[in-house]
Design a protein around this ligand. Structure first.
Ligand code: NAI
Length: 245
C-alpha cells in the first residue's frame, strides 16, 4: 500500500508512534524514525530491517529548530523525498492551573505544538516541490473536551487542531493533505502508570467500555496517509471508543 513512499514518524520509539512506524513498514514504506532516545530508534530500525523493511533512525528534539532541520535534511538525503509526516511526539506535565509552573507550560507547548509546527514547515518545503504529501497530527480527545489538571496539554492539543486546519488550507493546492487524529485513552507508557481503579473508572466513561490500543490509532493514521484518503483534508478523526462525539 505504501511502496515507494517515505514516512517520517516523530516519537517513534514507543507507544503509538512505534505502532504507526511498524504498520507503515509492514505496508512497504521507507520509515524515518525520530525520537529523543538514539538507542530506542536504532533498535526499532534494526527490527524493521530484520523483517525486510527499510528504516532510518535519527535521534533529536523536535522542539529545537536545528534538530528538525537536520531530521528532514537527512531524510531527504537518504530517500530523496518525504511523502508522509506523522507528528506524534508528545509529552505531559500535568498539574492544576493554580500550581502550574511556567516550565511545565513551556515544555508541553514547545514539544506538542511548536514541534509539530517546525516539522510541518520543514516537510512542507519538500512536499510542495513534490506536489504530494500527507500530514497527520496526533492531537487528543482532551484537546476537544478539556481535562482538569491538563491545561497545558489540552491547550497544545487544541492548538494542534487549529494548526492542522490552517496548514490544510495553505497546502491543499500543492496536493498536500493535513489531518488530525484525536485518540482517547490508549494503553501505552503514558497511561500504563495509572492506578487500576482509575483505568476502570475511565473505561466506565467510554461507550465501547475499554481503553484503546496503539494499533487502533495507527490504523486511522495509515488510512489518512493513504491514497484512499486523497479527498480528506483539514479533518479531525476521533479514535476514542465513543467517549467524545
Ligand atoms: P509515549 O510517551 O509512549 O511516547 C512519546 C514519544 O514521543 C517517545 O518516542 C518520545 O521519545 C517522543 N518525544 C517526546 N518528546 C519529544 C521531543 N521533544 N522530541 C522528540 N521526540 C519526543 O506517548 P504515547 O502514549 O505513545 O503518545 C503518542 C502521542 O499520542 C502523543 O502526542 C500523545 O500526546 C498522544 N496521545 C496519547 C494518548 C494516550 O492515551 N496514550 C491519548 C491521546 C493522545
Amino acid at each position: 500500500m505504501f511502496k515507494d513512499k517515505v514516512a517520517v514518524v516523530t516519537g517513534a520509539s514507543r507507544g503509538i508512534g512505534r505502532a504507526i512506524a511498524l504498520q507503515f513498514a509492514a505496508g512497504g514504506a521507507k520509515v524515518v524514525l525520530s525520537a529523543r532516545s538514539a538507542q530506542a530508534v536504532e533498535d526499532l530500525a534494526a527490527e524493521i530491517s530484520a523483517a525486510g523493511g527499510q528504516a532510518l533512525a535519527i535521534a533529536g528534539d523536535i522542539a529545537l529548530t536545528a534538530d528538525v532541520e537536520e531530521l528532514f535534511r537527512k531524510a531527504g538525503e537518504t530517500f530523496q523525498r518525504v511523502d508522509i509526516l506523522v507528528n506524534n511526539a508528545g509529552i505531559t506535565r500535568d498539574g492544576l492551573l493554580l500550581r502550574m509552573k511556567d516550565e511545565d507550560w513551556d515544555a508541553v507547548l514547545d514539544t506538542n505544538l511548536k514541534g509539530a509546527f517546525l516539522c510541518m514547515r520543514a516537510a512542507a518545503k519538500l512536499m510542495s516541490k513534490q506536489k504530494y504529501g500527507r500530514i497527520v497530527n496526533i492531537s487528543s480527545v482532551v484537546g476537544e473536551m478539556g481535562n482538569p489538571g491538563q491545561a497545558n496539554y489540552c491547550a497544545s492539543k487544541a492548538g494542534l487542531i487549529g494548526l492542522t486546519k490552517s496548514v490544510a488550507r495553505e497546502l491543499a493546492r500543492r496536493n498536500v493533505t493535513v489531518n488530525a487524529v484525536t485518540p482517547g485513552f490508549i494503553v501505552t507508557d503514558m497511561t500504563e502508570s495509572l492506578p487500576e481503579k482509575t483505568k476502570e473508572d475511565l473505561s466506565a466513561q467510554i461507550p465501547l467500555g475499554r481503553l484503546g490500543e496503539a494499533n487502533e490509532v495507527a490504523q486511522a493514521v495509515l488510512f489518512l496517509s493513504s491514497d484512499q484518503a486523497a479527498y480528506i483534508t483539514g479533518q479531525v478523526l476521533g479514535v476514542n471508543g465513543g467517549m467524545y462525539m
